[in-house]
Design a protein around this ligand. Structure first.
Ligand code: ADP
Ligand code: MG
Length: 444
């Protein structure tokens, strides 16, 4: 097959960053794209120490990454070659930070699910420290949190290459902290973070695990915050849902702007596929992208995987990407997911029993206050308890539009903040549903 394209190679590096983050600081990002031939990926390494490090410790990670990206079984071989010494591209700040070069604002599709998140990230990139501090992005995995964090870094570095931008995952922060403690050298560690102009920490939900790292992060946070330096955090849940996170950190994380990223509706899914195809310089018919977007009801990462599968099959068969071929490649992807523990029907039953409303009213057109409130509560709970997308929930509740569901979720969340009785009711309903006791709820 020959040399991996730059885009495919970047995907391999991105995969390593995400799934084998222990490797990222070992010079891996400076490697030149490997050569893929007869099922083996050959990677030339110009530095002897790096070569033996890769040989000794990194082969299985590369095999994993190469297989995930190419969709084929491939072996990996590292060859020491002094001529391969030169860096693939000149080192620039973005590269040193291990930023994915395609994770730019221009390549990010805006939909109702991420509008607030994108707007706040753009505001932060334009005037760091001046608008929302900290900015806390949260939502399930695969919806673009990492992409947006990288986009902020890219934009700031494009305008101010000298800015001290620190981007890292929480896991790296914790690991580096532990190494610094072990080596008895906290001074350098601290100065790196506490002198940053901008600190972005991805997947902060892992901070709950260690008490000392929390303490360290708390001081880092305060130092930067007081100096009006921008802090951006991402997590797969809300600050108060991070297991074992100290209260003082929870309240700090909540003190700025929290922007939630939602599951994707079909229009956004198709737009993301178009963007991915463009960025990866693939020519694919709109009809095929529409088909994939309608079939794969998952997150953006699932969509990328599906597109890669279709491309891999087309390459393997030497045939163009048609809907027929996509159907074959994605067989299984459209099968209904495994039964869910809590269904929207159960939520409707439970909420209606508690609020004295009839289920058919909730699914119907009535706008009476009590019915509308019950309907919005169902939508809110469905978002919290089920993995369904906005549009799927809207469908189950009288074929309502996904923006209605989004609105309901916000309205209830806002009221909940102000009304402790509503908060208690929502907690009770959620607990019962999660415990499978929803249907037995007596009407009180
Ligand atoms: P997260 O960090 O939330 O798990 P990522 O940022 O890693 O998600 O996104 C997964 C993949 O999906 C990335 O390749 C990213 O570029 C892509 N992606 C996610 N959301 C969008 C979007 N709205 N537009 C374009 N690409 C997206
Ligand atoms: Mg991420």
């Amino acid at each position: 097959m020959g040399r991996l394209s730059d885009a495919a190679w970047d995907d391999v590096l991105a995969y390593l960053r995400e799934h084998h983050s222990e490797l990222v600081d070992s010079g891996v990002s400076r490697l030149q794209p490997g050569l893929l031939e007869s099922g083996e990926l050959t990677i030339r390494v110009g530095d002897a120490a790096l070569h033996s490090h890769l040989e000794g410790r990194c082969r299985s990670a590369f095999v994993d990454a190469a297989q995930a990206i190419t969709g084929h079984l491939v072996g990996v071989r590292f060859v020491f070659d002094p001529a391969a010494g030169a860096a693939r591209r000149p080192a620039n700040p973005a590269e040193l930070l291990q930023l994915h070069r395609d994770y730019l604002f221009e390549n990010f599709v805006i939909g109702p699910e991420n509008q607030l998140a994108v707007a706040s990230c753009r505001a932060v990139a334009e005037a760091p420290g001046a608008t929302y501090n900290p900015l806390f992005l949260h939502g399930p995995s695969g919806l673009g949190k990492t992409h947006l964090l990288h986009a902020i870094c890219h934009q700031i570095l494009a305008h101010r290459p000298q800015a001290r931008v620190v981007y890292l995952t929480c896991e790296t922060f914790v690991n580096e902290f532990i190494s610094a403690v072990t080596a008895g050298d906290l001074i350098e560690f601290r100065s790196r973070f506490r002198h940053a102009d901008l600190l972005l920490v991805d997947d902060i939900q892992f901070l709950g695990r260690g008490e000392r790292s929390q303490e360290e992060f708390f001081h880092t946070f305060n130092t930067l915050f007081l100096a009006q330096r921008q802090i951006v955090l991402s997590a797969d849940c809300l600050p108060n849902e991070i297991p074992a996170l100290a209260d003082r950190l929870v309240s700090r994380f909540r003190s700025g702007l929290m922007a939630r990223m939602e599951a994707l509706c079909v229009e956004t899914r198709i737009a993301i596929l178009r963007t991915k195809a463009r960025v990866k310089q693939m020519t694919v018919d709109d009809a095929v992208l529409d088909y994939i977007g309608n079939t794969v009801k998952g997150n953006a990462r699932d969509l990328e995987g599906a597109l890669a599968n279709v491309r891999a099959l087309a390459d393997a068969l030497g045939r163009p990407m048609t809907i027929e071929l996509a159907r074959t490649a994605l067989r299984g992807a459209s099968e209904p997911p495994a039964p869910r523990r809590v269904t929207v029907e159960q939520i409707v039953e439970c909420v209606c029993a508690r609020l004295h409303v009839r289920p058919q009213e909730v699914r119907g057109k009535r706008r009476h206050r009590s019915v509308a409130m019950a309907r919005q509560t169902c939508m809110y709970l469905a978002r919290r308890i089920t993995p369904l997308s906005l549009e799927e929930i809207g469908d189950c509740l009288g074929r309502r539009d996904h923006t209605t569901v989004l609105h309901a979720q916000r309205v209830i969340a806002e009221r909940r903040e102000k009304d402790p009785r509503l908060a208690a009711l929502l907690d009770e309903l959620e607990e019962r549903l999660r415990d499978g006791k929803g249907a037995m709820l007596p009407a009180v």
